[in-house]
Design a protein around this ligand. Structure first.
Ligand code: B12
Length: 252
C-alpha cells in the first residue's frame, strides 16, 4: 500500500489531508495519485483547483511529451474529479466551484477527445447515448462517447435531460441497435426504467440493446429495471457495446 508521502504534488497531499475523512476513500486517493506521474498529478491538482487554463496547458504539454491520452484521462482528469466529488458531497465546495472543475475537465477533454475518437477504422455499429430526463450531468456520458467513437462506433449524442420520446425517436430514426443511458442522480435513475418501459409500450424493446451507467447505478439496479447491461466506466461501456454486436442474443 502506498503512503501519502509517495505523492509528489504538495497541493494534492494537502487536499487529501484536509478534505478526506473516510479511510477507504483516503486509501484509494493515495493509491491512485501515488502511482500517477508527477505530470498527471499536476493536471489533477489544477483540475481540483478549478483552473481550466492550467489544465489546458498541462494537457497539451503532456501529450506533446508523449503521454497516452488514456493515461491523462484516468490518472489526471478522472482521478481529480473523484476528489471534487467528495468535497462537493461533504459541502466543502458548492455548485459554482464544481462548475469551474467541470470546465477544467472539459479543457483537458478537448485535447483527449479527438485522439480517442480517431479510430480510423470502418464504423462497426450505431449507438444512441443520452443523459436521462431531469439530469444535467454529462461528463461521464461524454467520456463514454469518446471511447465508443474511438472503438469505431457511430454515436448520436442526445445530450442531457433526454425524454423517453427523444430516446425512442433517435433509436427509430437511426435504426440503432444499441442505446446507452446515463444518470448521476438517485432522483433521475428511475427515468432509465421509465424509458425501458416506454420502449416496451411501443413494442420496440426487442429491437434495441439497452445499457446503463453513471455513478449511482449498479448491476442490481440495471437488472431490476430490465436493462441488458451495466457498465461501471467508459471502458466497460465499449466492451458492452461490442458484446451486444457480437452476440446480440446472449444475456449480459
Ligand atoms: C460535476 C458534478 C456536477 C456538475 C455537472 C457538470 C456536467 N457538465 O456534468 C454540476 C455542478 C452542474 C452538478 C449539478 C448538480 N449536482 Co452534481 N455532481 C458532480 C460530481 C462532482 C461529478 C460527476 C462527474 O462528472 N464525475 C466524473 C465522471 C467521469 O464519472 P461518471 O459520471 O460516474 O461517469 C463514469 C461512469 O459512471 C460511467 N458511465 C457514465 N454514464 C454511463 C452510461 C453508460 C451507458 C455506461 C455503460 C457507463 C456510464 O462511465 C463514466 C466514465 O468512466 C458528482 C459527484 C460524484 N461522485 O459523482 C456530483 C453529484 C452527482 N451531484 C449531485 C447533486 C446533488 C447535484 C445537484 C442536485 C446539486 C444542486 N444542489 O443543484 C445538481 C443537479 C443538476 C441536475 N439537474 O442534473 C450529487 C447526487 C446525489 C444523489 N444522491 O443523487 C453528487 C453525487 C454529489 C454529492 N455526493 O452530493 N453536478
Amino acid at each position: 500500500m502506498a503512503s501519502i508521502s509517495d505523492i509528489a504534488n504538495e497541493f494534492i497531499r494537502e487536499e487529501i489531508e484536509e478534505f478526506l475523512e473516510e479511510p477507504d476513500e483516503i486509501a484509494l486517493a493515495i493509491d491512485t495519485f501515488a502511482q500517477a506521474t508527477p505530470a498527471m498529478q499536476d493536471i489533477a491538482a489544477a483540475l481540483i483547483d478549478g483552473d481550466h487554463h492550467t489544465v489546458d496547458e498541462l494537457t497539451e504539454a503532456a501529450l506533446e511529451a508523449g503521454t497516452e491520452a488514456l493515461e491523462i484521462m484516468d490518472d489526471g482528469l478522472i482521478a481529480a474529479m473523484g476528489i471534487v466529488g467528495i468535497k462537493f458531497r461533504e459541502n466543502f465546495i458548492f455548485v459554482p466551484e464544481v462548475l469551474a472543475c467541470a470546465r477544467a475537465m472539459k479543457a483537458g477533454m478537448a485535447y483527449i477527445e479527438p485522439i480517442l475518437s480517431e479510430s480510423g477504422i470502418e464504423p462497426i455499429g450505431t449507438v444512441i447515448m443520452g443523459t436521462v430526463k431531469g439530469d444535467l450531468h454529462d461528463i461521464g456520458k461524454n467520456l463514454c462517447i469518446m471511447m465508443l467513437r474511438g472503438a469505431g462506433f457511430v454515436v448520436h449524442d442526445l445530450g442531457v435531460d433526454t425524454s423517453e420520446d427523444e430516446f425512442i425517436e433517435a433509436v427509430e430514426e437511426h435504426e440503432a441497435p444499441i442505446l446507452g443511458m446515463s444518470a448521476l442522480l438517485t432522483t433521475t435513475m428511475p427515468n432509465m426504467g421509465k424509458t425501458i418501459d416506454a420502449f416496451i409500450d411501443e413494442d420496440l424493446r426487442e429491437e434495441v440493446k439497452i445499457m446503463v451507467g453513471g455513478a449511482p447505478v449498479t448491476q442490481t439496479f440495471a437488472d431490476d429495471m430490465g436493462a441488458d447491461g451495466y457498465g461501471k466506466d467508459a471502458l466497460a461501456c465499449v466492451a458492452l457495446a461490442k458484446q451486444f454486436l457480437e452476440a446480440p442474443d446472449e444475456e449480459w
